[in-house]
Design a protein. Structure first.
Length: 138
């Protein structure tokens, strides 16, 4: 099987997740192309891919514009093939914020017209020290 993974990343965490996903798929003897959505060729041909994985992080309640644009531009093809969305956010890492993380995915699906066969919500990296709170163990 020939699989394309397209990712969008801001802090680099989603790139790591996409690369690990590619390694996992290759270990199962599939061919994988891993592409950064910010550097996609305008003449990219997708017809020879059997399946797709789109990985994107969320910042300010939205997935990367380059990923959203890719999914919108190719939603008709994506809807005819096995295709998964990996949505990376801090909200997905927090148990009481899972509903919020799902809302981001629902909005992405509504905007792009793509209905992923599978969606995975993954917790992202907390890069801002001001977001971390420490509690006394006493």
């Amino acid at each position: 099987m020939n699989i394309l993974i397209v990712y969008g990343t801001t802090e680099g965490q989603t790139r790591k997740i996409a690369a690990r996903t590619a390694t996992h798929i290759r270990e199962r003897e599939h061919q994988v192309d891993l592409l950064d959505s910010a550097a996609l060729a305008s003449d990219l041909k997708l017809g020879h891919f059997d399946a797709f994985v789109i990985a994107a992080s969320i910042h300010q309640e939205h997935h990367q514009e380059t990923v959203t644009n890719f999914a919108f531009a190719h939603h008709e093809l994506l809807n005819t093939k096995p295709a998964a969305l990996i949505s990376v956010s801090l909200s997905a890492a927090l148990q009481d914020q899972k509903t919020e993380a799902q809302k981001y995915v629902d909005r992405f699906v509504a905007v792009t017209g793509w209905q992923p066969c599978m969606t995975l919500l993954l917790g992202g990296l907390c890069a801002s020290p001001s977001m971390i709170t420490f509690r006394s163990s006493s």
